[in-house]
Design a protein around this ligand. Structure first.
Ligand SMILES: [Zn+2]
Length: 110
């Protein structure tokens, strides 16, 4: 059972600002070396975080910040997924107003 003292804080590789885990998208480099979006935030591997906004995606892409953070190439389809799903909703497959929890394995301690 996870401890919930504080919301974990992560840094967006795009704008370099901090945010809670739930406000950022996690990308992960899988053990196979592929970079994928990790909606559940639980995939094993090296992770990097990004705000789901066009600005942050663009900045991260321009500065190759994601590549540096993950030490892996980010394939074009991943950028397109980020860009197309950015801003309001859809990237995780659940509405922006909802809580992540699509995995259904964690009903939440509250
Ligand atoms: Zn950002």
């Amino acid at each position: 059972m996870p401890k919930r003292r504080h919301e974990p804080i992560r840094t967006c590789v795009g704008c370099r600002q901090e945010g809670s885990r739930h406000s950022l998208i996690r990308l992960v480099r899988t053990p196979e070396g592929a970079v994928v979006v990790d909606p559940a935030g639980r995939a094993p591997g090296r992770g990097a975080y990004l705000h789901p906004t066009e600005d942050c995606v663009r900045q991260a892409r321009r500065r190759r910040a994601l590549e540096r953070a993950l030490k892996a190439a980010v394939p074009e389809p991943v950028w397109q997924e980020l860009a197309s799903g950015s801003a309001d909703s859809g990237i995780f497959g659940f509405p922006a107003s909802g809580r992540p929890g699509g995995a259904g394995e964690d009903p939440g301690p509250r």
